[in-house]
Design a protein around this ligand. Structure first.
Ligand code: ARG
Length: 460
């Protein structure tokens, strides 16, 4: 079936039909299309186009269509151009001639925006829940080893000792911002486009606020041309999805490294790793590698839609049909990655002795020593030089911090008093970092507890 045809002498060619049809992917909007059309039938009644009986028959027919759509044969043999066309054909089959009135004063241009917004609103809610589940798994992993110490890195070189929960809370903050981005994207998605017509505004006096209320939209769009031309609500979601995937990708990269033989801190569960067909000893972090890989794919979806919209003359152009596949794909890959990451976090065991030894064997205490000297009155630049010389001397003679003690340190330089020598233990230096946001044990315990409360508030 077609929703047009009067001005054509022949129908579309087979190659054009094949090329332009979108039913194979936009069928995903069926439930949204039905819901939007039921609300529109009620709007038509309020505008005096349908009587109560006609509206009742149409709304009921839509209910049966939705129920039928769950059967495997629903799409069998369908050659409709898109989901909106298919739904109207089915409506005619169910409700008869009255179905011809359903498209009064409505355009597919606004309908496609409406359906996408309804679909995306639900998808954002689902994503936000999966995101909260993943963040909760991060907190559980922090709480399993609240006192573990790891070397923090810059340039992938051991930098300063931090608490394991402090490291995980860094990611918690990134994902908390992602959650805000999704909430923001939801707010911009949650706007009623209906009433805009094809581009100039509907020619029928619909009460747009009543339709908005019916469909749970917070507000109505303010310009009909904007509705037909705009896809930035979808871009907002894709940006939030891409940023979340980038963050997941960084977690994945960290944990691929930390679980390698070279680091050896972490053991990933058997359930989230795979073996090699040739090398019997292998236990590979494929789950994390796929998350990292999919982050490229989701970011590609963002660019895909940005490039589609760039340079389109106002208002609707058929190019815009290309919005859906990247949108659907990004949503699916993100949901899958959040679930996967959560399962990995639940499977992880930290071998706490290994990162602690890594911290102890390197000079992650150097900054603690220099800052202690500065607190005791040595100008920081001189303190930095002095500790630098201590590290150089140690590196030459193969000494680690534990090979020094109060006596040998003060022989090296009298500025190193016995209380400064205590800082040769990486656990001691952290105690000087009780500043809010720092890795001081007290500050971290408070941040961890507060993160749990923040997560509870994020849940609907
Ligand atoms: N399938 C189309 C889309 O997704 C629906 C809108 C078609 N409108 C049109 N004027 N051809 O964009």
């Amino acid at each position: 079936m077609k929703l047009w045809g009067g001005r054509f002498e022949t129908g579309p060619s087979a190659v054009f039909e094949r090329f332009s049809g979108s039913l194979h992917f936009d069928r995903r909007l069926l439930a949204a299309d039905v819901r939007g059309s039921q609300a529109f039938a009620r709007a038509l009644e309020r505008a005096g186009i349908l009587n109560a009986d006609e509206r009742g028959r149409i709304v009921e027919a839509f209910d049966s269509i939705l129920a039928e759509s769950r059967s495997a044969s629903f799409y069998e043999g369908a050659t409709d151009e898109d989901i909106h066309t298919l739904v109207i054909r089915k409506l005619k089959e169910h409700a008869g001639a009255v179905a011809d009135k359903i498209h009064t004063g409505r355009s597919r241009n606004e309908q496609v925006s409406l359906d996408t917004r309804l679909w995306l609103r639900d998808e954002i809610d689902r994503t936000s829940e999966l995101l909260a589940d993943w963040m909760s798994a991060l907190l559980d992993l922090a709480n399993r080893h609240p006192n573990a110490v790891i070397p923090g890195y810059t340039h992938l070189r051991r930098a300063q000792a931090v608490l394991w929960p402090h490291y995980l809370l860094a990611y918690f903050e990134m994902f908390a911002r992602d959650a805000e981005r999704f909430a923001d994207a939801r707010r911009r998605t949650n706007v009623l486009p209906l009433g805009s017509g094809a581009l100039a505004g509907s020619g029928f006096p619909f009460d747009r606020h009543a339709i908005a209320q019916d469909l749970g939209f917070e507000s109505i769009s303010l310009n009909s041309m904007d509705v037909s031309a705009d896809r930035d609500f979808a871009l907002d979601f894709l940006y939030a999805a891409s940023t979340t995937m980038l963050h997941l990708s960084r977690v994945a990269e960290d944990w691929i490294l930390y679980s390698s033989e070279e680091f050896g801190w972490m053991e990933l569960g058997d359930g989230v790793t795979s073996g090699s067909s040739l090398m019997p000893q292998k236990k590979n972090p494929d789950s994390l590698e796929l998350i990292r890989g999919k982050s490229g794919r989701v970011t590609g979806c963002l660019y895909s839609l940005m490039m589609t919209v760039k340079g389109l003359p106002l208002t609707y152009n058929r190019d815009m049909q290309e919005d859906k596949e990247p949108l659907f794909d990004a949503a699916d890959q993100l949901a899958g990655s959040l679930q996967m990451a959560r399962a990995v976090a639940e499977s992880v065991t930290l071998r706490v002795d290994v990162p602690l030894a890594a911290a102890a064997q390197s000079w992650v205490v150097a900054t603690d020593l220099a800052e202690a000297l500065a607190r005791a009155g040595t100008p920081f630049h001189q303190a930095h030089q002095l500790v630098g010389r201590l590290v150089l001397e140690s590196t030459r003679s193969g000494k680690v911090p534990a090979d020094w003690n109060a006596a040998s340190l003060s022989r090296f330089a009298p500025e190193f008093t016995p209380d400064i020598a205590r800082l040769l233990d990486p656990l001691e230096g952290m105690k000087s970092r009780e500043i809010p946001g720092g890795t001081g044990p007290q500050a971290v315990a408070e941040a961890l507890a507060e993160a749990g409360r923040r997560l509870e508030r994020m849940r609907p």
